[in-house]
Design a protein around this ligand. Structure first.
Ligand SMILES: Cc1cc2nc3c(=O)[nH]c(=O)nc-3n(C[C@H](O)[C@H](O)[C@H](O)COP(=O)(O)OP(=O)(O)OC[C@H]3O[C@@H](n4cnc5c(N)ncnc54)[C@H](O)[C@@H]3O)c2cc1C
Ligand code: FES
Length: 328
């Protein structure tokens, strides 16, 4: 048994056989995370003192990060007492993840390769989540992650699902799935949700493709609780390749949102923004000192946006991301 101490002096006990992330969770201390499979780097943290051992090889941390003492808390065990350069998620309540049955209610085509899927849960499920989180959908032995895009009044959940050519679940969604199909759902998962911070003036959301899903859920949450964003401006950048891929537009009316669609490969006379979401953001908002950025979508966009925005003054602790890492 080792003692792990965080930057805010909270501490917890870690058994030598469990990951640091799991030990923290067992002690009701929640750390930043997403995939829990050593693939996304959301749980990256610097070890200030103590010895650790990585469980599986990961392809995420760079050699220089390893030399500086960074680890993935979901893939690392303790070999001594440790002190970590991280705070926990604080007072945010994380709902217990559970597996519940779910049925497809409706499937709607949004673009050539994106569908909107509505899933209904049994009334007894009492499913709760923090806007921005995702779930795993389980069909037979296949399990894939999908971000909740919206919760409807009858508590059904809405998802935006992309067709990954040759993908196993994509084959199901785009060729076989029909209303009343029974699946299982595991969740809620992840820590991609809004963190209120008094000092923040600009809330910036970067979404590419179906990465707009958790952003839509967070905006829906703001729409129901507009007091949360009083005195803050909300800017949403939605990136896609072509105009016909822009399946999302701002439909929230209680809150004031500046919405910018950005096309990386526009055809014809596209009058709007061209290029990448992070570049468009920098053209509009040059001072990122009092900004929080929430980025979701392709891993490439997230990595590029993080580097560029940190170079331009964004605090690392104000960049939150959920990468849609594919299974294979
Ligand atoms: C936190 C999180 C949230 C997510 N949220 C969403 C969401 O809201 N919406 C969404 O659409 N997706 C989301 N994803 C992605 C999703 O979980 C799946 O990864 C994605 O849908 C692909 O699953 P699949 O079964 O169709 O493809 P897979 O079978 O997993 O294959 C993925 C890709 O790899 C290729 N591939 C498969 N096998 C091979 C092989 N042997 N060799 C080479 N290439 C191969 C396929 O062609 C495909 O392009 C999320 C992922 C994460 C981690
Ligand atoms: S790498 Fe640890 S949560 Fe994704």
């Amino acid at each position: 048994m080792y003692i792990i101490t965080l930057k805010n002096n909270k501490s917890f006990i870690c058994d030598k056989n469990e990951t640091i992330f799991d030990a923290a969770k067992k002690n009701n201390i929640y750390l930043e995370h997403s995939c829990l499979k050593a693939r996304c780097s959301a749980c990256k943290v610097k070890v200030l003192d103590g010895q650790t051992i990585q469980i599986e090889d990961d392809l995420i941390l760079t050699d220089s990060e390893r030399k500086e003492g960074y680890i993935l808390s979901c893939n690392t065990k303790a070999l001594s007492d440790i002190s970590l350069d991280i705070e926990d998620l604080g007072d945010i309540e994380l709902y217990e993840s559970k597996v519940v049955p779910t049925k497809i209610n409706k499937i709607e085509q949004l673009t050539k390769d994106v569908i909107k899927v509505i899933l209904r849960l049994p009334p007894t499920a009492n499913f709760q989540f923090n806007a921005g989180q995702y779930i795993n959908l389980i069909k037979g032995t296949t399990k894939r992650s999908y971000s909740i895009a919206e919760i409807l009044n009858d508590k059904s959940l809405v998802f935006y699902i992309k067709n990954y050519k040759g993908g196993e679940m994509s084959q199901y969604w785009f060729n076989e799935a029909k209303p009343n199909d029974l699946l299982r759902m595991e969740g809620p998962l992840g820590s991609f949700f809004y963190r209120p911070k008094e000092i923040i003036k600009e809330l910036i959301f970067l979404g590419t493709g179906t990465g707009i899903a958790p952003i839509n859920a967070i905006l829906q949450y703001f729409d129901k609780n507009p007091e949360l964003i009083q005195n803050k401006s909300v800017n949403v950048y939605f990136g896609a390749r072509h105009e016909e891929d822009l399946f999302w537009s701002n439909s929230f009316n209680t809150i004031d949102i500046t919405f910018t669609p950005v096309l990386s490969k526009p055809q014809g006379n596209w009058p709007g923004e061209k290029g990448y979401v992070q570049n468009s953001l920098l053209q509009d908002i040059s001072n990122l000192k009092e900004a929080q950025v929430f980025a979701c979508g392709s891993d490439q966009m997230i990595q590029d946006a993080k580097v560029l925005l940190l170079e331009n003054g964004l605090e690392e602790s104000n960049f939150y991301a959920d990468a849609f890492i594919c299974t294979n």
